[in-house]
Design a protein around this ligand. Sequence first.
Ligand code: HEM
Length: 412
Amino acid sequence: MQDPTVVEVEFMRKFRDRRREKGPIFLTEENILAVFDARVAQRLEAANYADLTMLDGWSDVIRGCPSEPVTWNQLRSGWSGQMRTLTGVDSLRQLAQRMDHLLSAEAGRQQDLVWLAERVSIESLVPAIIGGLKPAAHRRVVREVLTKVAFVLSDIDAHRNPRWHKWTMVACQVIAGIEVRRELKGRASGKRARQPDLTDAVVDLIPTLGIGRAVDAVTALLTAITGSPGAAAACLLYELNRQHEWRARLEAELAAVSLEQLCESPMRVAPLTGRFVKEILRMWGSPIMIRTVRTDIDQDQISLKAGQAYAISPFLVHHDDTDWSDPETFDPDRWLADGRRAQCPHGSYVPFGWAPKSCIGANLGMAQLVLLAHLMCTRYRLQVPEPERAKMAVASVVRPMDFNGAVLHRSQ
Ligand code: HEM
């Protein structure tokens, strides 16, 4: 990538250089099959995860006694059902209020804006995964997720110490696991109230899953929000700060709609902001996802043995100029139905990964970004003293770096 405002870690640079030399499908020196063709990746993912079942829990492994198989799809369909409630007006209003509260508490403080975006995104999402916790228990769960985030961000941010983090991460994981187990057991026994959150879908499956695997399922949800939502929120702040013209357009659109109206259907009520969010997720999608082959696969002239690895990449698919016109240009208007750029071929926009392992929180994630844009364009503003220092880092996740400043109330 030639853009001086983008920094790529070495593994990403290597993947990109080889993609350019060898085409979209190639074998790396490390024996990883890189599959950067969107359609082939889609079929490969479908084949690899066709029969995904939940792994045995620790107690099953120790007892040497496997549990009754539960398909991953059973869990996913329970979560998808709850997602309809979580993207309803009331839940979105509460999500926006939680973000507002956090931004208000941090207003005026100079800080790393990536970390602020992560906190705002994650602290406000945790109640959608596991709600109704007492404040101390909520804080313990949030701390676990943020410790994992800090570990992910330590890939190129030298000031975060990964060795220290590994142990903190284990300790936080154990403590959060205790809270999750307590909540699941409490709801299953009727001692704690059922909640409109994703944990509730797991409660109904406890008789088949067993409590160990039920805890693992909720922990998997908490792990799933460690990478993408916070990084996307940080990218949103970054682009709002540097795309001056777009920020003015968003401010005009969002000043004309109330938060209440926006919560009814964020992408429809604020279409221009919706396009901005879609373009953020295209430009700055997940860099590389490495998979282990679960069963032998022979298709699309690809032959893979169980245990081998393959790599897929929403980021590289989104920057492929055979599918996208002018892919390195940030242009939300490419999403207009009659956009001046050619529409991308079906299947080339994959910010939420590929079925059957694609993101269950896609609509909630997009809604959260539109709501954050509303807050940042109507109630708050960014103050970035040295904007020229900020760059975009393409590493374990794509997010800005050296992006420091403060969020201020508009009245400040
Ligand atoms: C803009 C925000 C988000 C983005 C860009 C995003 C992106 C992704 C991607 C790329 C994957 C696939 C990962 C893989 O295949 O290895 C994924 C999976 C997942 N996401 Fe998201 N996500 C977002 C928000 C959320 C939210 C808000 C939730 C839940 C509250 C969520 C829950 C999950 C879960 C549970 C999975 C795993 C699905 C499975 O393994 O079957 N995500 N997400």
